[in-house]
Design a protein around this ligand. Structure first.
Ligand SMILES: Nc1ncnc2c1ncn2[C@@H]1O[C@H](COP(=O)(O)OP(=O)(O)OP(=O)(O)O)[C@@H](O)[C@H]1O
Ligand SMILES: [Mg+2]
Length: 221
C-alpha cells in the first residue's frame, strides 16, 4: 500500500478538530472568496489584532483589560451566510499569529460525546472512549474554542444540552479562555431556546455580529 506523506502545513492542523476544508484558512482567503459582510470581516480582523492585548495580564496576574478579558465572538445569522468559514479563519489566524492552542467542534457533536461518555459502560470501545475524551477536554481547555452550530443540538426535558452550554461557557470564561460561537437561530428562536440568564451571559462573554444575506461568490475570472 502506498501512503502519501501529508503536506506539512496541513499536518499542523491535525488534532484541532477543524474540518479539512477549513484548515489553515486565513482572513485574506475569506476576503478573496467574495465581497460579503465587510463589517463581519472587519470585526474578525480587529478581534485577531487586539487578541494579545485583550488577554494581557499585569505583574500580579490580573487582567490588564478586565472588561474584555476572556471575551470571544458570536456570529449569528441565517444558514449559508459564511459564519463557519469566517469563524474558522479567526481560529486559524489566532493560532498562527499568537501561537495559542485552538479547537473546533460542532456544539451538537460535543453534547453527543458528553452523553456517550456518561453512558459508556465496561464494554465500550476504549479507542473511541479515548477519542471522545480528548475532544471533550479540548473543547473545555483549549486557549480558544469554536463552538459551531450552537442551537442545533437536540433538546431534552432534562435540559442537559443547555446546562452543558452554560457550564462550559462559564467555566471557560472564569479561566479567561475565549469561546467563539456560531448560530443560525434568529432573535425569537434564540429567546425561546435559551433562558434569559444564559442569553445575558452569552452577551457578556462574546461580542455578537449579525450576518444578513447569503454569501455571494465572486465571479470567476
Ligand atoms: N465571504 C464569502 N464569500 C463567498 N462565499 C463564501 C464566503 N464565506 C463562505 N462562503 C461559502 O459559502 C458557503 C457557506 O459558508 P459557511 O458554511 O461558512 O456558512 P454558514 O453561515 O456557517 O452556514 P450554516 O448556518 O448552514 O452553518 C460555503 O460554500 C463557503 O465556502
Ligand atoms: Mg456553519
Amino acid at each position: 500500500m502506498i501512503t502519501r506523506p501529508m503536506d506539512p502545513e496541513r499536518a499542523r492542523w491535525v488534532g484541532t478538530g477543524i474540518p479539512p476544508r477549513l484548515r489553515g484558512i486565513t482572513l485574506n482567503d475569506v476576503e478573496e472568496m467574495g465581497p460579503s459582510h465587510p463589517q463581519a470581516l472587519a470585526n474578525a480582523r480587529a478581534y485577531v489584532d487586539q487578541f494579545r492585548g485583550q488577554q494581557d495580564k499585569n505583574w500580579k496576574g490580573l487582567p490588564t483589560n478586565p472588561n474584555i478579558f476572556g471575551q470571544g465572538l458570536m456570529f449569528a445569522g441565517p444558514p449559508n451566510t459564511g459564519k463557519t468559514t469566517l469563524a474558522a479563519a479567526v481560529l486559524c489566524e489566532l493560532r498562527r499569529r499568537w501561537n495559542v492552542s485552538v479547537y473546533y467542534s460542532r456544539f451538537p457533536a460535543h453534547v453527543d460525546r458528553k452523553i456517550a461518555l456518561l453512558k459508556a459502560g465496561g464494554d465500550a470501545n476504549p479507542e473511541e472512549v479515548s477519542r471522545m475524551t480528548y475532544s471533550v477536554e479540548r473543547v473545555e481547555w483549549a486557549d480558544v474554542v469554536l463552538l459551531d452550530d450552537v442551537g442545533q443540538e437536540h433538546t431534552t426535558s432534562t435540559g442537559y444540552a443547555e446546562d452543558t452550554l452554560s457550564e462550559l461557557l462559564r467555566q471557560r470564561f472564569d479561566e479567561g479562555l475565549p469561546t467563539l460561537i456560531t448560530t443560525n437561530l434568529g432573535g425569537s428562536e434564540w429567546a425561546q431556546r435559551y433562558s434569559k440568564p444564559l442569553r445575558s451571559f452569552m452577551d457578556r462573554c462574546t461580542r455578537r455580529t449579525v450576518f444578513v444575506g447569503e454569501v455571494t461568490r465572486r465571479a470567476a475570472v
